[in-house]
Design a protein around this ligand. Structure first.
Ligand code: PLI
Length: 459
């Protein structure tokens, strides 16, 4: 039987007009932006699928909570509300708020990594790896091979390959590992989930060697939805319970509240490890702010607390992930090459298959993102060779197998008609793909280059 439609479990109370521009105008703007969508002015964007980070629409309850901000320097009531929400929803004991996810990554990497130690992760994430390397750690990719293949339809492409973990221990010894960094709905793989079964096995393995799992819980709720839909034994379990079980396998997490938690700013570090908590509190006051606000205002913490309860409502998360799936379905029907299965937060165009005439050093995904903007005012993001950066030892470009353009869907913001516009634009570009040319990089920042790099079209 055909799946029944699930509509959004909310209605729209306030709207924000968006600007429609001409093709000529956009061609000029993208040139001024050095063909980098991060450098466009948001006002010149029609449908903004750059990121799902901090772009959510908050609910009336979250906005009402903002009015109840206790803007005390120390011990604000909203901190205790956020702490209670985190304890109930994620299940960890201790909370250190931070202004966003990368601040929690900074603290964790500095405190938990000795120079030269490995940090196994199920694929890299840009800021996570950057902080790991700044702390002297070495990233070790332990995701299953299928994750690097955009056409593999494995239902849990975010799974960890236990053989890869074992190989690391056999070759280097367990003491060479700082901790395991495990991310639900792996961003750079296309928003791909891991299964609870796989996580359980990883947790057992880690226990055997006395290693901690620290989640990057950024998109854990979306992963829980896939577990509920795809994994035996979870179909009738509420998302809230699935999340508690998932988190129970870790010692703690870093978190960008700007995703799952449905807020525009915020993050945190959570842990059951008291010693780590005490050290993290000492460090947060140096880099972020007092340990009861960590760079956030009272009202921000209140919005996070309320967002945590809203994100685990089953009807919300179903409509969120199914909107992403809807865009994926439209693109598939139009024959546009995308990463399969469609992930939890974004649809990823496979630029290698979209533009097979462009070699990776001509930055096909970067060029495609610029073309998409010119065609329809839709802003997307490169997730390929530019995002991967350079190897810190050899200085060479890292050449990821995945050369992708991410169409990231903000939460509770756009309608499916917006998704139709996006799909039609991608399809139109696919039909005229042969005329799309590559780019050359003319300015390259020393780290996280994708944010500020500039390009020019190749002749
Ligand atoms: O942007 P932050 O500092 O709040 O969070 C960093 C961060 C950590 N982990 C993961 C998996 C992320 O996706 C992430 C941020 N992602 C962004 C900004 C994105 O556009 O995907």
């Amino acid at each position: 039987m055909k799946q029944r439609t699930i509509a959004e479990p909310y209605k729209i109370k306030m709207v924000e007009p968006i600007k429609m521009t001409t093709r000529e105008y956009r061609a000029e703007k993208v040139r001024e932006a050095g063909y980098n969508t991060f450098l466009l002015h948001s006002e010149d964007v029609y449908i903004d699928l750059l990121t799902d980070s901090g772009t959510s629409a908050m609910s009336d309850r979250q906005w009402a909570g903002m009015m109840l901000g206790d803007e005390a320097y120390a011990g604000a009531r909203n901190f205790y509300n956020m702490e209670r929400a985190m304890q109930e929803i994620y299940g960890f004991k201790y909370l250190v708020p931070t202004h966003q996810g990368r601040a929690a990554e900074h603290i964790t990497s500095q405190l938990r990594t000795k120079p030269g130690q490995y940090v196994p992760m199920n694929m890299y994430f840009t800021t996570t790896r950057e902080h790991m390397e700044r702390a002297g750690g070495i990233f070790y990719d332990c995701i299953i091979d299928e994750a690097h293949d955009p056409q593999s339809e494995h239902p849990f492409k975010g799974n960890v390959d236990l053989n890869k973990l074992q190989r690391l221990v056999d070759e280097k010894g367990a003491e060479s590992i700082a901790y395991l960094s495990i991310a639900p709905c792996v961003n750079m793989a296309g928003g791909q989930p891991f299964s609870m079964e796989n996580l359980r096995q990883v947790a057992e393995w880690a226990k055997r060697y006395g290693l901690a799992i620290i989640f990057d819980a950024t998109r854990a709720v979306e992963n829980c939805y896939f577990i509920q839909q795809r994994e035996e034994g979870y179909a009738n379990k509420p998302i809230r319970e699935i999340l508690r079980e998932m988190m129970s396998y870790g010692e703690g997490c870093t978190m960008s509240s700007k995703k799952d938690n449905l807020v525009n700013i915020g993050g945190f570090l959570a842990t059951n490890n008291e010693e780590f908590f005490i050290k993290a509190k000492e460090m947060v006051v140096v880099f972020e702010g007092l340990h009861t606000y960590g760079g956030l205002s009272g009202r921000d913490m209140e919005a996070v607390a309320r967002g945590m309860y809203e994100m685990v409502e089953d009807a919300y998360i179903a409509s969120r992930v199914r909107q992403v799936e809807y865009l994926g379905q439209r693109l598939r029907e139009g024959g546009v090459p995308i990463v399969l299965p469609v992930g939890g937060h974004a649809v990823f165009l496979d630029a290698k298959r979209f533009l097979p005439h462009l070699p990776q050093e001509h930055f096909p995904a970067q060029a495609l993102a610029a073309e998409l903007y010119v065609d329809s005012g839709v802003r997307s993001m490169e997730r390929g060779i530019v995002s991967a950066g350079r190897d810190p030892v050899t200085g060479e470009h890292r050449r990821p197998k995945l050369e992708l353009v991410r169409l990231t869907i903000p939460r509770r913001v756009y309608t499916n008609l917006h998704m139709d516009v996006v799909a039609e634009s991608c399809q139109a570009l696919y039909e005229e793909r042969d005329r799309i040319k590559g780019l050359k990089m003319v300015y390259e920042p020393s780290s996280l280059r994708f944010f500020q790099a500039r390009f020019e079209p190749l002749p």
